[in-house]
Design a protein around this ligand. Sequence first.
Ligand code: BGC
Length: 742
Amino acid sequence: MTINHFPLLGLFLGAPLLAAAQQPATEQRITTLLQQMTLAEKVGQLNQYSGRELTGPASARKDNQLNAIRSGQVGSMLNVRGVQDTRAIQAEALKSRLRIPLLFSLDVIHGYKTIFPIPLAEAASWDLAAIRLGAHVAAREAAAAGIHWTFAPMVDVGRDPRWGRVMEGAGEDTYLGAQIARARVLGFQGEKLGGTDAVMACAKHFAAYGAALAGRDYNAVDMSSQQLWETYLPPFRAAADAGVATFMNSFNTLNGVPATGNRYLQRDVLKGQWQYPGFVVSDWGSIGEMVPWGYAADKADAAQKALAAGSDMDMESDAYHNHLAQLVQEGKADVALLDEAVRRILRKKFELGLFDDPYKFSNEKREKQVLNDPQNRLAARQVARKAMVLLKNDHQTLPLRREWRRLAVIGPLAKSKRDLDGSWVPEADTTLITSIYDGLAQRLGPQTQLRYAKGCEVLGESRTGFAQAVAAAQSADAVVITVGETWDMSGEAKSRTDIGLPGVQEELFAALKATGKPIIVVVLGGRPLIFNTIADQADAILLAWWPGAEGGHALADVLSGDYNPGGKLPITFPRAVGQIPIAYNQQYSTGRPVTKPGDTRYKSAYIDAPNTPRYAFGYGLSYTTFTYSDLSISRPQLTAAETVQVQFTLTNTGPVAGEEVAQLYLRDPVASTVRPLKELKDFQKVALKPGERKTITFTLDKDKLSFYNQQLAWVAEPGEFQLMVGSASDDIRLRGKVELLP
Ligand code: BGC
């Protein structure tokens, strides 16, 4: 079968978001409304509660929350979903004096009902149209189920695989992360707020949350201003530029100040320098958490500090609700800041059209139709196969050979369904999930016998299943073993000190390897994992991440060769935890560079492991091969006003069609601030038929040569720049240079 392309990709992709020009009429309506609001009603708009208690089993909170909603003391609810429930709760809000509608929000992270690959996996596609499509389908489903607002995308740069939330982001690179941030915002929000197939997006967690010390969630962050501006802020800026409706602040401190109480981040940078017109929601309880942090004496103090710092909405701390009115009355909180926060929130309600029709998103017919649209699943399958990364393929073990008529399908995750969805799937329909075993069985049909054995659990020490697994392998022509993490081992509050494959999975692999049969390893998980024995000894390794509901089908597409994998790692896979931090752009020459492998004496090296990772950023194989040739650089020198074209030929030199992500890296070898060995500056995903070649052009301008200097100015310093074009950050195929003139 040839590679087939689902035709729907183009269908979903609208024109870029229009600049959200504020209509004076809306501002006028807001002003009029504000004038009618009491102090308590204003504070109410800043208050957000979780509604699990409202729609779930009765609890003590239920009556209190309903009363608060009816009296205009709540601006937004999270975790209320579905047309029926959102309609019912909205009706309560409309009993309030000013009939201000609620905003319904939810963590729609990688799908609502139809689950797509986790965000980190989607990032591995390096395919902005596919990423945008994933966000769009998620938004369309959520919007049909009464949701107005998703807490996504997470645009935190994630460079530490111990931090479980790397699964929610776009990986370790700032440039790639910024492109993906934009694609996701456009995917969620559509062309402009107010469409019933779109939701408001939320750029989170502002800021630097991914740099939590020791990879431990919710921990402190300490970093230089250069690092903040160069590495961590650009994806947020890209989201703001793409029109993201809201921001969420974060649990961490930044250089001693909690992000939630951080005036510099929220007032000076976001709302000041960037002129951001949306609103900022706190993270869950993060206003209250400033107390245990030791930054606020009590919740009243926390409320005062958070408002002053620019946190507009209080998610679940009850700090604004309980204290803000009094703080204003006592003159301790500025009513102008309160009004500004209310205005920002009301503006979004107007833009969504909720004042004109508060039930706009609550239409049962649409809910049924959209949530059962088969195109959603096709899209999930299309994106899932784009996300898979071929890490190893010795002797062209993959695609599966036709002559293999008996296939052993082994491993604790081979028949699992829930694990394929990964975490952050509050409304997933888990009955939709196709397991890897079922996907393979359906694709390979009756002519291939599948022999299943679980072998072991993901966690635990029991080896009692090994014998049966080995017997299945012995009776087969080849083995597909599925290993990895269970769905709840990466995500929020899932930091790990050991990112090795859990339990005895590598031992199971070794037992199967001893049979001498070809072994194909499928790795599932939400973060970089360490599996050195497998990396050394497997015949083929396919990284499927947590691929979502269509993962089993997508995997069968890839293993069978119906689809040629083209994913590339958006995050480095280390050899050992001790190498962390090991992101590719955290590598410097140092004063003692290792110049010969193994030469570690008085060098910046480890005596027990190389400096190099197991799999580098940007790495990923294909069933075909690509060559890079004919580098030409349009001019040897440029001035700050000029651009330079970096051109080369990319050829598919292998037997099948495929896609390659060509990458452009740069190094500034001498600068007033020491620069990393490589920084990604551009990439292109190119589809080529066998034998086909294309000329690829990257354009460099002054901006791409710039960095933040010691004075925090964004500068390009005259001198030579090294240019590297390649297939991965550690697989540079063409090198050149260019000089920036003074
Ligand atoms: C997470 C956020 C999430 C929020 C609401 C918090 O614990 O950090 O990312 O949006 O909960 O569920």
